[in-house]
Design a protein around this ligand. Sequence first.
Ligand code: MRU
Length: 366
Amino acid sequence: MVKLPHPDPISGADYSAAELTPDDATLLLLDQRRLPREERYEHVSEWQAAAAAIQDMIVRGAPAIGIAAAYAMVLAARQARTDYWTEMVAAGAGLRAARPTAVNLAWAVDQCLELARAHRASAYVDRVDAMAALARSIHRDDVAANRHMGRLGAGYVPDGAVVLTHCNAGALATGGYGTALGVVRAAHAAGKQVRVLADETRPFLQGSRLTAWELAREGIPVTVIADGAAGSLIARGRVDLVVVGSDRIARNGDVANKIGTYPLACVAKQHAVPFYVAAPVSTVDLGTDSGEAIPIESREMQELTEWSGRLVTPPGVPAENPAFDVTPAGFVSAIFTERGVVTPVSAENLARVVEYETGMETGNRE
Ligand code: MRU
């Protein structure tokens, strides 16, 4: 185990998906492909390597890749010595292209580009300083958002609840604390007895490797289940609620999340089990009308056909590997954000919460 090589991580924990060293020179990325067996940090000093790390899932999870990209833009500002603006635009395009579904990535890059434009004529040191300050504030805001939405969401978790989650929407997928797992953490911290069922989440195993690692480390009871077991456990009354994160929420409240989320939502609806989504407003994309318009990443078929580098399917048989699916708004009982809880989920209620910092619930549940 390698300790997080940072004196004061913004994650607020003794591990972090992404941190920038105090001298702004190095992006530290916890290599999530190696967890839970090995806790190792990649040291990244060029934006191109950061883009590759996002693509290769060294860092993953919608808010975490947005934060990593913002830190990568700091590296880009350090690298840009000849034509600052052109080089920053190229870095922004390269980072945005790394993964298409999580809107947090484009959201963070766009903020960095806006700042870069404003600093076109500034001195080198000032450009780097300003970019580092912005990236760290994006990171800090995400942790604060997670803690706040966690507290709001915890109000929907009964004492003694069994909570089913899919993928990893925890500290590893965010700046720290987590979205769906932030809700679990907040309920646990409030003294509730909560037990988590973690879908293993094939093919990348974010549930069995990452969610289980995070929760076990904190002493929150977690049991891993095969993805295919979730439906019958819900049907048999073994699950009190489902909570997941999201990579992009369309204007009408449709939710893109890890592949396998939609069938869970269908079964939850069929058996009247609440299905909640926890996500910061940086995940809401009011510019995308509905889930149909959300780009769905298709990943390499080797993630399915190979296991530890060895072929597990008959040679020549292809595989299809969509990384995300879309759950229609009508299947979602509530969306927890840092600005309030959206319930019932509708375009109007979502816009009201996202566009105004009321911090108030839009629906009729306290
Ligand atoms: O492919 P991944 O691991 O990046 O997918 C991540 C998810 O689908 C998470 O559930 C989502 O990003 C929410 S993270 C708070």
